[in-house]
Write a protein that binds this ligand. Structure first.
Ligand code: PAF
Length: 282
């Protein structure tokens, strides 16, 4: 596996691969790789000639009071895990390579980016959309792999690809969970053993909501109230939002039908966690 730090070299290699007709699978990450990322890399390796993984903690997607400075950056471990999972090329640029002096463009996705994570983290999705647009241009992927854990982000990346007519296919892979059900996230590294147990309240609330929908409940307000109640009842867990929404638009419908996304965000201690489940409503 080769490691590239320069944007110009990354672009040159990707263009050569493109000329050679190679199919490129791309997995964008912020590093601190875990089994969720590895499953994306393995999925890309199974279907592509070449797998590029980017490791870049993107300053543009963190708010001023968020965890940019303390975000874990275990680069040696990331390199080993990426290689073992089947990556051929690791693109790990310093910030000045992606955002050289004078950089001043931002990519902004509309209504899909406004609610939920968008309103809890103003500017976050502008940062995500901007960095993925730059990364797509440099890596020229055939297919990009993202996790369902960041469901709103996955929809936004899909929208950006469609709106900019990029010749890229998006594959959203299932959330990988720890044995108790906690969704894998690089931020789980911040949690103490007690906080890990508390954090499960979010997954348990999503699961209870899914069961209630399967039992026939179709009122989104009732489902949201169920999740909120379960999360609020758990000591040490602070609810940010919990909602049952249309899985395509992320808007709460009048009645649940079709594909429904159950979304939730909580704080456990200083750590902010998100999770979701998708439910098909006949
Ligand atoms: O999901 C992430 O790790 C990041 O938001 C991404 C897509 C790599 C952009 O920085």
């Amino acid at each position: 596996m080769i490691v590239i730090r320069s944007a110009a070299r990354m672009a040159a290699v990707a263009r050569r691969l493109e000329r050679e007709g190679k199919r490129i699978g791309f997995v964008p990450t912020m590093g601190a790789l875990h089994e969720g990322h590895c499953s994306l890399i393995r999925a890309a390796a199974a279907r592509h000639d070449m797998v590029i993984v980017s490791v870049f903690v993107n300053p543009l997607q963190f708010g001023p009071r968020e965890d940019f400075a303390r975000y874990p950056r275990p680069f040696g471990r990331d390199r080993r895990l990426a290689r073992a999972a089947g990556a051929d090329l690791l693109f790990a640029p310093p910030a000045r390579e992606l955002y050289p002096p004078g950089f001043q463009t931002a990519v902004e996705v509309g209504p899909l980016a406004r609610r939920w994570e968008g309103s809890a983290r103003p500017g976050h999705f502008r940062g995500v959309a901007t960095v993925v647009a730059v990364l797509f241009e440099l890596t020229r992927p055939t297919t990009v792999y993202v996790g369902q854990k960041d469901y709103q982000q996955a929809l936004i990346v899909g929208q950006l690809i469609r709106d900019l007519r990029l010749p890229i296919r998006l594959r959203v892979q299932p959330t990988v969970r720890e044995p108790g059900g906690l969704a894998m996230s690089s931020r789980n590294a911040y949690l103490s053993a007690a906080e890990r147990r508390q954090a499960l309240a979010l997954f348990h609330a999503l699961r209870a909501a899914r069961a209630r929908i399967r039992a026939g409940e179709r009122r989104p307000g009732r489902i949201a109230a169920l999740m909120r109640g379960l999360i609020r009842a758990k000591a040490g867990v602070r609810l940010e939002y919990a909602a049952a929404v249309d899985a395509r638009t992320l808007e709460p419908p009048r009645r649940l039908r079709g594909r429904v996304a159950l979304l939730g965000a909580v704080r456990v201690g200083r750590t902010r966690l998100i999770d979701n489940l998708l439910v098909g409503v006949p």
